[in-house]
Design a protein around this ligand. Structure first.
Ligand code: NAD
Length: 294
């Protein structure tokens, strides 16, 4: 292996991902604007860099795990393109808008680099445990080179097509998740009003045509279905704020592509309401409490 990877963005997700690269024998040069994040990466065995450009200097590959498209574009076009060695491979694992992902990859290719967009499914626990799913967009050769690096951080690495298709797959999946969670929540709230016991309704619907992951693997009703954030006061899990971010990316992409997404738009508006109530940090299945009027 003996590859050196620059890792930029060592927050909640990136910290664990970089640690898994180290565990798998990669050398990591780490950079983050946060001293705390940098110190944690150093503690896991990474070499501290003084800037994104410093991290990328001499690295065989660059992995970024940053908040949004503007950060990704600024870091690559402002620092990494100029600092990276010829032939370096770039992997952006952040969740960003499709248009920016395509623009940055196009610029990387024009500058003579290979690059993939490789957003993840799975939260902080999966990042720490090395069990993320990567949805990857980019050319076949770039994907082939990216696969072993991504495999060191995840359990599944799926090629979704050309540049930006990883982001497209991610936001399509999460728009579907947002819509099915809202539908599951409003249905349990209605079932209660109609006098149906939640467990009984779960037993029926989870083996009937209303079944979905939101119901059977992540039931929003406490005490029903397998253990989920609902059983823990809606703490942990997938934050309302992150679901809202993904829904905004999805509806924005839909508008640009001319796709009609009334359910996605409704889910976005409802998650915005929940975030406005000060609940951006709690799990997204908390939607049931808002729909019950709590
Ligand atoms: P985070 O805010 O914890 O981490 C982002 C890190 O990037 C921070 O440490 C920040 O200091 C750093 N950063 C910002 N700008 C920088 C720059 N210019 N140079 C260097 N470092 C910079 O966020 P996170 O939860 O780790 O999420 C990262 C990405 O992964 C996001 O795009 C998010 O949507 C996506 N994601 C998160 C989750 C989750 O459960 N947290 C799940 C799937 C995908």
């Amino acid at each position: 292996m003996n590859m050196t990877i620059a890792f930029i963005g060592l927050g909640n997700m990136g910290g664990g991902m970089a640690a898994n690269l180290l565990k798998n024998g990669y050398a990591v040069r780490a950079f983050d604007l946060s001293e705390e994040a940098l110190a944690r990466a150093e503690g896991a065995g990474a070499v501290r860099a003084t800037s994104a450009a410093d991290a990328a200097t001499g690295a065989d590959a660059v992995v970024t795990m940053l908040p949004a498209g503007k950060h990704v574009e600024a870091v690559y076009t402002g620092e990494i393109f100029a600092a990276a060695k010829p032939g370096a491979l770039f992997l952006d694992c952040s969740t960003i808008d499709v248009a920016t992902a395509r623009r940055v990859i196009e610029a990387a290719v024009a500058a003579g680099f290979e690059m993939v967009d490789a957003p993840v499914s799975g939260g902080i626990a999966a990042a720490n445990g090395g069990t993320l799913t990567f949805m990857v967009g980019g050319a076949d050769e770039a994907f082939a080179k990216a696969r072993p690096i991504l495999s060191a951080m995840g359990k599944a690495v799926i090629h979704a097509g050309g540049a930006g298709n990883g982001q497209a797959a991610k936001i399509c999946n999460n728009m579907l998740l947002g819509a099915t969670m809202v539908a599951t929540c409003e249905t349990f709230a209605m079932a209660e009003k109609l006098g149906l016991d939640a467990q009984t309704f779960y037993d029926i619907s989870s083996v009937s045509s209303g079944q979905s992951w939101s119901m059977t693997s992540y039931c929003p009703v406490p005490g029903v279905g397998p253990q989920s954030p609902a059983d823990n006061g809606y703490q942990g899990g997938f934050a309302v704020g992150l679901m809202l971010k993904d829904l905004k990316l999805a509806t924005e992409a839909a508008a640009l592509a001319g796709a009609s997404v009334p359910m996605g738009n409704a889910a976005e508006a409802l998650y915005q309401m929940l975030a406005n109530k000060g609940e951006a940090g709690r799990d997204f299945s908390l939607m049931i409490e808002m729909l019950k009027g709590k």
